[in-house]
Design a protein around this ligand. Sequence first.
Ligand code: AMP
Ligand code: ZN
Length: 466
Amino acid sequence: MTLKVYNTLTRKKEEFVPIEPGKVKMYVCGPTVYNYIHIGNGRPVIFFDVVRRYLESQNYEVNYITNFTDVDDKMIRKAEEMAVSVPELAETFIAAFLEDIQSLGVHDATLNPRVTENIQEIIDFIAALVEKDFAYEARGDVYYRTSKFTDYGKLSKQNLEELQHGIRIEVDERKENPQDFVLWKAAKPGEIYWDSPWGQGRPGWHIECSAMVRKYLGETIDIHGGGQDLTFPHHECEIAQTEAVTGHPMANYWLHNAFLNIDNEKMSKSLGNGILIRDLVKQIKPQVFRFFMLSAHYRNPLNFSDESLKQAANALERIQNAYDNMKHRLATASATGEVEAEITDKLQAISKQFVDKMNDDFNTPDAITAVFDLVAEANLYLQQERVHADAVKLYMEQLEAFDATLGILSQQADELLDEEIEQLIVERTESRKSKNWARADEIRDLLTEKGIFLEDTPQGIRWRRK
Ligand code: AMP
Ligand code: ZN
């Protein structure tokens, strides 16, 4: 089965065909860097990381660009509040953002371009729109002339009339039409500015992505992504800008993730129910949060609660335990000979199941079912007295291959916890009593390998770490 993705532009699942075979050009709108990110922002960050990892696992070379909006009205207001400059504010929150997403195991983007590094490209883009009559200047501002772009509304499936009547847009006498949007904003006294053909000012929000996509990826890209709230107006405006200038589709596939709610409520400033990623990862393992995010399909809303996190933690623990167990048994495996065909056949079927589910519009909850099938098979196998190193390795490699996409396993040194050691010692004593020497030896070897030494004393077995 080939990869199918749900395209917001057509409201259909479509076969994914990249522009260039084996390569994917992908752009995801990044944050405005005026604050720490909250758990809702984590959803696009984690989901598109998984998309990118999955494409790479399928041998695509992925050029993954995600931007930083490092100047806009919110940045200017916040910098004023904090009595710092806009660039200082940006530095602080770009560093914090990168730290936060790294803590979630998100792979680095190919590039994180910033608005302030692309002012000339943005001005050139606006100038091209003015030149083609798709934009007009009004007292130092420049606006996009939506009435001239006949496809305006094609992504969010609204026509201009509906837009005019349906949404309340502030009336601004500088605009020809209320739904026209700003490309360049004249600077007010004291505000950060750049010189332009229209005077001193700064870019509007939407234009940066059109300019950066074209500069870093080209006129048409494969995948453009973001949270569903970006469909309108942000992505609609990006399409209007880019397609007016280039005459080509901006992106072939538009992907949007649904929202994360907290305790079945929208996360909002007024409710004060936001949770920062950096606070969350102090309390739970970041992998649990990733697992939780991937436990729902990205186009379905997801509810964050203590209960749902607990469920995620329990489920993930089963996977992690199986993985740790595989590692332990690998060290002491003793069976020899060929790995049974039954095992390789089962692994192949499970691997296919995972790929089929991911190919079905990145159906991570169903793909995770394949991970549990693998875990169940591996656990059954590991219950045997003697295991084959090559077989254990196959189970491990399969789990690691799944994890290359999901990023949910803990990779830190697998130290044995005190209670795990005690439990192994009890098991060893029982194995000896029942004359299961092979298992008893296996446990002794495992403990030695982990630097745990056993000592027979009149009071029983004592242990110490090296
Ligand atoms: P913002 O902080 O609103 O600029 O959003 C940055 C990114 O996070 C955008 O792609 C939003 O669509 C996304 N986003 C914001 N809030 C949520 C949420 N509660 N659930 C899922 N995505 C969100
Ligand atoms: Zn954007």
